[in-house]
Design a protein around this ligand. Sequence first.
Ligand code: TRH
Length: 379
Amino acid sequence: MGLQCWDIFCTVVDNFGDIGVCWRLARQLTREHHKQVRLWVDDLESFNRIAPDVDPAMEWQKIQDVQVFHWQSVFHAIEPGDVVIEAFACELPEVYVRAMLRRAKQPIWVNLEYLSAESWVCRYHGLPSPHPRFPLIKTFFFPGFVRGTGGLLRENDLLVQQRVFNIKAESAFLSSKHVPVHQCRELRISLFGYDSAPVDQFIAILSAGTTPVRLILPAGRISQRILAYRHYEAMQTATVITQGQVTIQIIPFLEQSEYDRLLWSCDINFVRGEDSFVRAQWAGKPFIWNVYPQSEDAHWHKLSAFLDLYMAGISRSAAQAVRAMSLGWNGKFILDATVWLNFLAVRESLIQHNRNWINQLLKQDDLVTNLVRFADNKL
Ligand code: TRH
């Protein structure tokens, strides 16, 4: 039998989360499970931001053993893979679906959904959904934090890699990004968030505080706003602005595995969406999540379900501090210095809590292992 072939279809709705997840998934399938992977992506420019080896001008290229295809509006019929992942309900090309019908053995068709900690996820994970027109069935696969869901993305050597990332490796990484080594008492914070996050307010709070802070932002919309407001021009390598106790450092947008290193190197991480949010949890440092804003307040349910799950077993003061900071950061009320200082005060207990949280997450298999097991049982 030849190598099992997996097709992953990904449309970049906006931002980097869709391709961020698909790229990890593709690499892990290839590296750890020896699958032949074809990754179909409609926006190679965005892909190139997180994986600079990707050439946006190429229709086909092989990167880290993954075959990357530019998914264009005209899709030529191909022989479908054994397993087909439709990421985030992106809708497969009609010609591809028809080709699936013609295969002697129908491919396993999985719709990979967005991550949520809401309780309904366990009920919907693994449900089959018959195609409205063709005799094909797709299965809904929901990532999640608890048993009974599809699990989270986690490479099998991730925690080992984190452990061997010692002070020396950290300094080498940071100096390659022109970030100086830890100054005495300085708190290092990474910031990746949505435009709507109260960043200016946060900077004002940090600036007037008593703790020196280095706020590190990979270049993006927030950093552009910070620069425009202060009539600064971004420098090629690193832009540094000092305001009271805070030093804002804008670094170039990082390659995806380097972004992990940034999370490992900081004392507190502000993350967003789905993928950076999960990576911050594995990093084990205190983190604040900027949830992707959705219509009908769906994001508030997501945030609250996650906080309930994540904070189970934590002290009441830590829970209150994390909740207040999370709600303030996500715009539920005005973020003030007290909220921030209360969060800072529980930092040590959060580091301990995050170890327990990671151990709890480790009780379930990772998303890719679960997907492979699901497909193998069907094939
Ligand atoms: O970019 P996002 O906001 O993505 C979002 C979410 O996935 C959301 O659920 C989805 O609906 C929406 O997109 C369309 O945030 P996320 O998920 O954290 O993805 C960011 C990716 O970018 C992640 O893989 C990490 C990567 N990244 C880098 O590679 N380098 C960087 O410097 C930074 C800041 C991020």
